[in-house]
Design a protein around this ligand. Sequence first.
Ligand SMILES: *[C@@H]1O[C@H](CO)[C@@H](O)[C@H](O)[C@H]1NC(C)=O
Ligand SMILES: *[C@@H]1O[C@H](CO)[C@@H](O)[C@H](O)[C@H]1NC(C)=O
Length: 136
Amino acid sequence: MLQPNNLLIPSITFIFWSSWTLINGAVSEPQANLLSTGCSPSIDQFVVTNFSIFSENVNRTFRHIREQISNNSKHFATAQRPSVENSVFALFQCRNYISIHDCVVCFDAAAKQVHKCAAGTQGGRAVYDGCFLRYN
Ligand SMILES: *[C@@H]1O[C@H](CO)[C@@H](O)[C@H](O)[C@H]1NC(C)=O
Ligand SMILES: *[C@@H]1O[C@H](CO)[C@@H](O)[C@H](O)[C@H]1NC(C)=O
């Protein structure tokens, strides 16, 4: 389940980026400098009951997000695997002035980073200069 305080940070980040982007010109680099990252501990046994299923759901949502960016030229994408147990909700955004190629590069860096969240955690986030990714 998403906690209210977990939702606040991406919302603020989104608003910040949306306005920040307006005063900045085009930049051609993925801006994949890691600013912040973390994993959410699984404190509620009902959130994740089977980590192999959960991991597969995480991977499916990440594949879906990557497809949306690269095939549909999106700078913002969400994906989900809703179910009774082991549901995954993932959200990704890159700054809208970076190229789709750089957006995908930043996504790949973020996905690799949050994959470091070991089995036993129920979420992760990674914030870069150019993009952020989170899942729960
Ligand atoms: C998790 O699910 C997989 C696939 O359905 C199953 O093979 C495995 O035994 C389950 N693990 C646990 C700990 O329930
Ligand atoms: C999900 O992807 C990661 C990174 O590619 C991989 O290590 C892991 O085994 C995958 N999980 C499943 C259940 O396929």
